[in-house]
Design a protein around this ligand. Structure first.
Ligand code: UFG
Length: 358
């Protein structure tokens, strides 16, 4: 069992071929691929499990360029429990980070069964492995969507009551945490953590990996960068008369590399934990930014003019939310280091690199 993770020990384990693997489901996705890099940088050996249904195989080339070698790739569905069982029996896996899931709010409303099948069945499949191998720590991708629209205080802590999310996507995250709670109740030695992400943006500064939305992006930053790259005529800002600083919605935008590092800290914590737990931790910056502020920052940092207009409110949008990040700092010794300026710069450099824009 790997209890300490100093560089000397990692070096020793490498030399003796004893370094244990971390299984990263959805490792070719946006957050997954950045986490693969940070795991590698911390001395872990990330193994990607991805069937590319919602990601692009070119991500593996980008990862190889950053890591200097091709990462181990298991091209399988996370719902293939028999395959997972066989893999874990044959390899020393020291942790599992579970990203593999669908994430588009609107699509989940149109096709709820697709979401329940992939997100819930996938989670149950991977948790069976944790249940059968209780020594393996497990990190789950949850979301601030479990808070719904905060009543009163817009800064939410892990103690803020959850609300049942309106979209099936959101409900799969809410339910995911509940499933993990129930499993922990039945097996108190398990070491489990749910990370509630706020809004990840940005890309790796190498421009080798970043966000690769399939089809028209739903999220703000990829829509901004694609508009700046000429793929869309203009950005529509959904709503300008909300009760916020400038009438547009407020979110806690976190650089994806900071978010990736939080997963390494989560895994380090669980590997060293003596007792079982299901910890729930907000992963954000602690600062809210409005849509208009993000647009203005993008224009200023990248010295580019963005064509945008104001349109009607997007149904189901939360008005304002940002994270209280005290617990992440206390438990994991983690806090976000990068700024929104870094994120919009990296996102634009990434977009330019994939569109071959100088
Ligand atoms: N926005 C626009 N125009 C666009 C796209 C977005 O004005 O073209 C606005 C939205 O209305 C919202 C803000 O930008 O006010 C952020 O929207 P995103 O779609 O980027 O992010 P959301 O906060 O709606 O949703 C994100 C993830 C979800 C997750 C949720 C809460 O996409 O998967 O955070 O965790 F559930």
């Amino acid at each position: 069992m790997l209890f300490f993770h100093t560089s000397k020990i990692v070096e020793f384990l490498y030399l003796w071929g004893m370094l244990k693997k971390v299984l990263v489901t959805g490792g070719a996705g946006y957050i997954g691929s950045h986490t693969v890099v940070e795991l590698f940088n911390a001395g872990y050996e990330p193994v990607l499990l991805d069937d590319f249904r919602n990601s692009n195989e070119s991500v593996i080339d980008g990862l190889s360029n950053i890591l200097g070698d091709r990462p181990e790739l298991l091209k399988h569905d996370v719902c293939n429990t028999d395959y997972l069982r066989d893999y874990i029996r044959k390899h020393e896996v020291c942790g599992i980070i579970h990203f593999a899931a669908y994430k588009a709010v609107g699509e989940s409303v149109e096709n709820p069964l697709r979401y329940y099948q992939n997100n819930v069945e996938g989670l149950v499949s991977i948790l069976k492995m944790v249940s059968e191998n209780p020594e393996i720590p497990f990190v789950f991708s949850s979301s601030c969507t479990v808070y719904g629209e905060p009543q009163g205080q817009k800064e939410v802590s892990e103690k803020t009551p959850k609300t049942i999310p309106t979209s099936p996507y959101g409900f799969t995250k809410w339910l995911g945490e509940k499933i993990i709670d129930d499993l922990f109740f039945s097996q108190k030695k398990l070491r489990l953590m749910s990370l509630r992400y706020f809004n990840p943006i940005g890309a790796h500064s190498s421009t080798q990996i970043g966000e690769l939305p399939i089809g028209k992006p739903n999220n703000l930053l990829p829509f901004i960068t694609q508009t700046a790259a000429g793929l869309h005529e203009k950005l529509t800002i959904f709503g300008d008369s909300y009760p916020t600083i400038d009438g547009t919605c407020v979110r806690d935008y976190i650089h994806v590399v900071d978010l990736a590092e939080a997963h390494v800290k989560a895994l380090d914590y669980l590997i060293n934990a003596k007792d079982g737990c299901h910890e729930i931790v907000n992963i954000g910056t602690g600062n809210g930014s409005s849509v208009l502020q993000v647009v203005n920052t993008f224009e200023k940092v990248n010295d580019i003019k963005l064509n945008y207009e104001f349109g009607p409110n997007r149904p189901g949008d939360v008005i304002e939310i940002y994270a209280n990040v005290d617990y992440a700092k206390k438990l994991l010794g983690w806090s976000a280091k990068k700024t929104i300026n870094d994120a919009v710069k990296d996102a634009w450099n990434w977009e330019k690199s994939i569109r071959s824009i100088k």
